[in-house]
Design a protein around this ligand. Structure first.
Ligand code: IMP
Length: 840
């Protein structure tokens, strides 16, 4: 048969058309791809498509463009036999991905143009995306920033965690109180994930350990488990910025390992069989909404083991694929970073896999484990330290308990020999806490099983060494190091604040997007009136955007002419939202007493979620709302002060808040905030910090210069000395009329709106119960710093200079710097650039 020349040319043309659909970065290809997904993925046409369909189609068009690089990246890791970095974290607070992926693939403008050609607005479409809220706060968002930096630095990084069906709850404010609504983020589907049920693993729980004889004289412990659950991985691509790297975030979802419990099924109780299935699937249902609080729930323990076991089985599987049973090579090919102690069970799990499954001798297994793991501590608060009761361990992970006891036995033997049997040292260092119900101290397991222990800011690391982990520091000082946290400038400046990003790039070029130290080139512009004006113009536009959000969400009308003074973060007593609230009450009282007082107009904005069971934090939310209800409508105030509680603070609203801030409140009690990362996001967007010498505030102040930072409050040492003398908050109450009147007003029914004595627990915590977080000891100094802010803001040129210098000196706080240090000093990881050789 003679070939039809027309058909031949069509066929020849097809591959390139096919390629364009999926890979083309030009406007035409993006339009084709979008339409293709609208029709063939969503099965929608212009009669039926919703904004969700548009978001989904655009995201899938982007996924196509990521997949090419994703596969190439993963193949490159195999082909180069790269050392892989596994970041184990119970939280990844990703937020939205569409804008982030468009930026990292460098096609934001093309996508905007493509959508515009179809009469669609990219901003409308981006707003449709639901936040992936799989985290509580700083720890989870840090993990997300780290993924971005690892991919941008071309490091072979993986995130491993849980695919919670319900992320952090949605907060609504009803009658001034927080109400929690389940976060059904997956209800309409998730365009960014690919399920891989074929790569599932079984996870075992319960049962007993039997000692089975071997052919030699020894016995083999065998874990005869009671139940199994399946972990199904869902993969999300993590694109690097301006490169070909696409790493993987692998999140595990729990599935019943057997479709039905056969026994029950045979008994004829079909419904009970299905109910049992749900019992195992509950493991990945919901994120525990506690930040810096250990709740000790059995389901949480199961979550921790579930994701750790799946992840380690997967890591060992990947290692064996290239290296077979040569486990002596394991630490040179695998680094596991523990994001807090939540995945610390991984240490016992790797030991179990190596000893029980792979038959590696104990000593060798221990050496491999220690060389592989590294632990990041995230908190100094005693109530946040994880301790699991031994009986719970015995019930759920009997083999792991046995292994932990053996680790401890050997460790105690070494400690005894080093410290001549010092009983105190043994008790302090033991993995097991005695007295009352025995408990396994997870931080101790993490330290002993790792070759590196790091804090997340200089002060935090010093306090770990001198207090929380002092005896461990004495025992193995070489393990301890500091890795000051950072944030990715791609999300928190380039994406969140396009106005400022353009202004910067117009003056110093774009190199700051991958080398944040280059922001220093802005310094010469700090006094330039034109630049200052442009800087204020950007800030004003960002403030207008926030005004609109606040009006929509709260019906409170505010003016961008005012100073935007903002505290957004989880609500916690140690973060001292109460200090913020007392400061507002005192300003309000001053205004009431003297309406002519010259106060620069200010909008106080607070946002953040409380753990649902944390009554004091919930009452603080109510207090701030109540203050707003009184102040915002008081004609005497005349709009000089406005108080806003912005509900449901999350990553996507944070991206609107930081760029609009003038003042960043970082006012935790010194020695209590490990690092903070919100402080960095504010400063990078040109807000000035009012802050204590706590966490990374100290390093921020060092970088930006003391003259560009509003410092107040007692230092760690001063607080310790004060507590040593016996801190009595009543002294401050009696000595300072402002404090006294503010507290009396708080305790009166003034803000209560009829609910008598509503805020008595707050009054009591500050006076009767000793003010554990030292609000009253710091408040006078805080108010003085607030007065300095009021005065400084009036000198717009001075303020602009200070704010611009803050931006210019933020280089240190890029998560690229942090990750570079982890890679060099802890992981021994190398850059693996990815080239796309064959377009197919
Ligand atoms: P995993 O890392 O084993 O989960 O595999 C992820 C991806 O790596 C696969 O989808 C492949 O694209 C790639 N890959 C897996 N095995 C090999 C190999 O042996 N050589 C090169 N690439 C591989």
């Amino acid at each position: 048969m003679i070939p039809d020349p027309k058909k031949q040319t069509e066929e020849a043309a097809r591959p390139s058309l096919w390629q364009d659909y999926h890979k083309g970065m030009d406007v035409e290809s993006i339009i084709l791809s979008f339409k293709n997904h609208m029709k063939y993925t969503m099965a929608k046409d212009h009669y039926t498509s919703t904004s969700w369909d548009q978001f989904y189609s655009m995201s899938r068009a982007l996924m196509d463009r990521l997949i090419e690089r994703w596969i190439a990246t993963q193949q490159t890791y195999y082909n180069t036999d790269a050392k892989r970095i596994y970041y184990l974290s119970l939280e990844f607070l990703i937020g939205r991905l569409l804008g982030n992926n468009l930026i990292n693939l460098m096609i934001m403008d093309k996508a905007r143009a493509a959508l515009h050609r179809m009469s669609l607005d990219i901003e409308d479409i981006r707003r449709v995306e639901v936040d992936a809220g799989l985290g509580n706060g700083g720890l989870g968002r840090l993990a997300a920033c780290f993924l971005d930096s690892m991919a941008t630095l071309e490091l072979p990084g993986y995130g491993y965690g849980i695919r919670y069906e319900f992320g952090i709850f949605r907060q609504i404010i009803r009658n001034g109180f927080q109400v929690e609504i389940p976060d059904e983020w997956l209800r309409f589907g998730n365009p960014w994930e690919i399920p891989r049920p074929e790569s599932s693993f079984e996870v075992c729980f319960g049962g007993t350990v039997e000692n089975r004889p071997t052919r030699t004289s020894t016995v083999n412990p065998v874990w005869v488990h009671a139940n199994t659950v399946l972990g199904v991985p869902y993969d999300t691509p993590i694109a690097g910025y301006k490169n070909n790297t696409v790493n993987t975030l692998r999140l595990w979802s729990a599935r019943s390992s057997e479709e039905f419990d056969l026994e029950i099924f045979n008994d004829g109780d079909y419904v009970a069989a299905v109910e049992n299935k749900n019992l195992s699937e509950v493991i990945s249902k919901v994120l525990y909404p506690n930040d810096n609080i250990f709740s000790g729930k059995e389901l949480r323990f199961k979550q921790e083991y579930f994701f750790v076991s799946c992840s380690l089985q997967d890591i060992v599987r990947r290692f064996k694929k290239q290296h077979g049973n040569h486990f002596e090579r394991f630490p040179s090919k695998v680094a596991v970073q523990l994001n807090d102690t939540h995945p610390a069970l991984g240490i016992a799990e790797l030991m179990r896999i190596l000893i029980d499954t792979e038959r590696v001798p104990y000593d060798k297994a221990w050496e491999i484990t220690q060389e592989t793991f590294a632990y990041t501590n995230h908190t100094l608060l005693p109530e946040a330290l994880e301790k699991w009761p031994v009986p719970l361990f015995e019930k759920i992970l009997p083999r792991h308990l046995q292994i932990i006891y053996e680790i401890n036995r050997r460790f105690m033997r070494d400690v005894a020999s080093r410290f001549l049997n010092d009983r105190n040292k043994l008790a302090n260092l033991s993995l097991i806490e005695e007295g009352g119900e025995k408990q396994v101290r997870m931080a101790h397991l993490a330290v002993v099983g790792s070759h590196s222990v790091n804090g997340v800011a200089a002060l935090h690391t010093e306090l770990l060494k001198s207090h929380v982990l002092r005896d461990f520091y004495e025992y193995s000082p070489e393990k301890f190091n500091n890795k000051t946290n950072g944030i990715t400038q791609r999300r928190w400046l380039l994406k969140a604040n396009p106005g400022l990003a353009s202004l910067i790039s117009d003056h110093i070029g774009t190199s700051w997007t991958t080398n944040l130290d280059d922001l220093r080139k802005l310094e010469p512009f700090a006094d330039n009136p034109d630049f200052q004006k442009a800087f204020f113009d950007v800030k004003r536009r960002n403030k207008e955007v926030l005004c609109k959000i606040i009006a929509d969400e709260t019906r409170i009308s505010i003016t961008p002419d005012a100073i935007f003074d903002i505290q957004v973060k989880r609500i916690h007593e140690y973060k001292r939202q109460l200090l913020f609230a007392l400061g507002i009450i005192i300003q309000y009282m001053r205004l009431k007493k003297n309406p002519g007082i010259d106060l620069y107009p200010r909008v106080y904005i607070c946002g953040g979620k409380s753990a649902p069971g944390y009554q004091m934090a919930k009452l603080i939310i109510k207090l701030i709302n109540s203050i707003g209800e009184v102040v915002n409508v008081d004609p005497l105030v005349n709009g000089k002060i406005k108080v806003v509680f912005l509900p449901n603070y999350r990553v996507s609203t944070a991206e609107k808040i930081f760029p609009a801030a003038d003042v960043s409140e970082q006012i935790s009690t010194a020695g209590m905030e490990a690092s903070g990362t919100g402080n960095m996001k504010f400063a990078m967007n040109g807000a000035l910090t009012i802050g204590t010498l706590d966490g990374a505030n100290i390093e921020i102040r060092e970088e930006v210069g003391a003259e560009n930072f509003f410092l107040f409050g007692k230092t760690v040492e001063e607080l310790a000395e004060m507590r040593g003398r016996g801190y009595n908050p009543w002294d401050y109450y009696h000595a300072n009329r402002d404090i006294r009147e503010a507290l009396d007003l708080l305790d009166s029914d003034f803000f209560c709106n009829g609910q008598a004595r509503l805020f008595r627990p707050i009054y009591d915590s500050l006076l009767t119960w000793g003010d554990h977080y030292c609000h009253l000891a710091d408040i006078e100094d805080y108010l003085a710093a607030q007065d300095r802010i009021d005065q400084t803001y009036r000198d717009q040129a001075k303020w602009a200079r200070m704010a611009i210098l803050n931006v210019a000196r933020m280089g240190k706080f890029s998560s690229d710097r942090t990750i570079h240090q982890y890679a060099e000093e802890i992981w021994g990881a190398k850059r693996i650039p990815v080239t796309i050789l064959n377009a197919d």
